[in-house]
Design a protein around this ligand. Structure first.
Ligand SMILES: Cc1cc2nc3c(=O)[nH]c(=O)nc-3n(C[C@H](O)[C@H](O)[C@H](O)COP(=O)(O)O)c2cc1C
Length: 162
């Protein structure tokens, strides 16, 4: 039996996620970043997280050579930033006020949370590569509301009454 990729995508899109931007920098200072909702927690001890990147991503060769990454968990007012980093090949960092983090990776300002990570493992899986990374430093804004992704659309959280 084969699964229709379109139906698979639509079905998986019913799983609600947050939205992250994952950045890194090449040896010669080229900055790359992708919007990713494949981010997830893995382990508390050691502190591990994961995401997956498409083999077709233009940034892949730089991610492959990198040993440090920054994961930015976006706020609910950052869907424009998410869209910017979801555009393949664009110069995504223009006019952004970045700082340099662990291993020189570009840090974006004003996110709900930011995790600076080092490579722990890479696992090819079909048309993606799963990255597992160790959290080395983190910072968060507990008052921030997260950006949500569901059914191919951005959304915001609504608390249940009571
Ligand atoms: C909400 C959202 C989530 C995404 N999640 C992922 C992801 O987890 N992994 C991935 O490879 N691409 C994901 N994408 C698509 C990438 O962000 C997009 O292909 C990226 O800009 C590729 O850039 P590049 O080709 O310049 O490397 C997502 C896009 C959106 C809008």
């Amino acid at each position: 039996m084969t699964v229709d990729p379109r139906i698979l995508r639509n079905t998986l899109s019913l799983f609600v996620t947050g939205v992250t931007i994952i950045t890194t920098e090449s040896q010669n200072g080229e900055r790359v970043g992708i919007t990713a909702n494949s981010f997830n927690s893995v382990s508390l001890d050691p502190p591990l997280i994961l995401w997956s990147i498409a083999s077709a991503s233009l940034s892949l060769s730089i991610f492959e050579a990198a040993s440090d990454f920054a994961v930015h968990i976006l706020r609910d007012d950052q869907s424009d930033l998410s869209q910017r980093f979801a555009q393949s090949g664009a110069d995504k960092f223009t006019a952004l006020n970045t700082k340099s983090g662990l291993g020189g990776v570009p840090l974006l300002p004003d996110c709900a949370a930011r995790l600076e990570c080092s490579l722990y493992g890479r696992h090819p899986a079909g048309d993606h590569i799963i990255y597992v990374a160790k959290v080395e430093r983190l910072q968060s804004d507990p008052s921030a509301r997260p950006l949500v992704y569901h059914g191919g659309r951005y959304a915001t959280l609504a608390d249940q009454p009571g």
